[in-house]
Ligand binder design. Structure first.
Ligand SMILES: Nc1nc2c(ncn2[C@@H]2O[C@H](COP(=O)(O)OP(=O)(O)O)[C@@H](O)[C@H]2O)c(=O)[nH]1
Ligand SMILES: [Mg+2]
Length: 275
């Protein structure tokens, strides 16, 4: 009698499944972080290419511009004293798309091309326009609507690696016709033997424990679902959390960002060798 008020309360059951064996080995410490920064800073394109050119493709709001900003903050940290760069090109809840032009961000011998979200109105024309960008027929700063499929030039930079950017947070609500179109575009890249990677951003919305991101069963299930939907093999999938509210760069986010970026540089160089 008297109830069990003195019984210690059981801790609430975790809603997350138990940790799994990490599906990717990554070390989060200063020495690995510094070595990843060095790898990017010392990047040299293959002698057959003057610069390494990476193209980001994906829906509006997937985190493309934020990724550029995050990576430039990491590789330009000497100049910015560990500050996150001013994010001029990102926008919250962008209804339209902020990036209407092909934007080129240059750091030494690396060029990162940021693009508008895929035009869902006309997948066919959009695919042709992106094909022209890849082939180096579109100069930087060209407005997307001005890319003409019957007026080709060679004033652009030939792309060496394409990165599909998807947000873990909004993937489930992406338009399926857009995902089909991106899948079709991946077919174009396969024919050209151009390397491509899948970059999953906003992984911080799936876990608040980024350091153990590769041990989380539910994160793995989500990442697998995205990679299966786009038919991109898991070995070509990178997960990151962009800087979106921070003022200073940090080792955990930076390690994931630079690891992803290093993979892009390596894939691009592999293509350059075979040019
Ligand atoms: N939580 C979180 N938000 C992000 C991340 N990356 C981008 N965002 C936010 O998503 C919105 C759209 O990002 P943006 O980079 O402009 O997307 P873009 O249209 O693909 O260039 C912005 O409000 C960003 O702050 C991320 O990794 N985590
Ligand atoms: Mg953008």
């Amino acid at each position: 009698m008297g109830g069990n008020s003195s019984k210690p309360q059981e801790p609430p059951k975790s809603v997350h499944p138990p940790p799994i064996k990490p599906w990717r080995a990554i070390v989060f410490n200063n020495s690995n972080y510094t070595s990843l920064q060095k790898e990017a800073a010392e990047h040299k394109p293959h002698p057959k290419a003057s610069t390494t050119n990476i193209l980001l493709v994906g829906p509006v709001g997937s985190g493309k511009s934020s990724f550029v900003n995050s990576v430039l903050s990491e590789i330009g940290n000497d100049e910015f004293h560990n500050r996150v760069r001013y994010a001029a090109m990102t926008r919250v809840n962008a209804g339209g798309t902020v990036t209407r032009h092909l934007r080129c961000h240059i750091h030494k011998n690396i060029k990162i091309f940021d693009t508008a979200g895929w035009d869902t109105e006309n997948h066919f024309i959009t695919t042709l326009r992106f094909e022209q960008i890849i082939d180096g027929e579109v100069p930087a700063d060209t407005k997307f609507s001005d890319i003409s499929t019957n007026n080709t030039t060679v004033n652009g930079a030939r792309i060496h690696c394409v990165v599909f950017v998807m947000s873990a947070h909004s993937f489930d609500s992406e338009d399926s016709s857009l995902l089909n179109a991106l899948e079709g575009f991946i077919g174009v890249l396969t024919n050209k033997e151009l390397p491509y990677l899948l970059l999953i951003t906003s992984i911080d919305t799936e876990t608040d424990d980024l350091e153990n991101v590769y041990k989380k069963a539910d994160v793995k299930i989500k990442v697998e679902a995205i990679s299966n939907r786009l038919k991109i093999s898991m070995c070509n999938v990178m997960v990151v959390s962009n800087y979106f509210q921070e003022l200073k760069i940090d080792c955990i986010k930076g390690t994931l960002l630079l690891d992803a970026f290093g993979q892009m540089l390596m894939a691009a160089k592999h293509f350059q060798e075979r040019m």
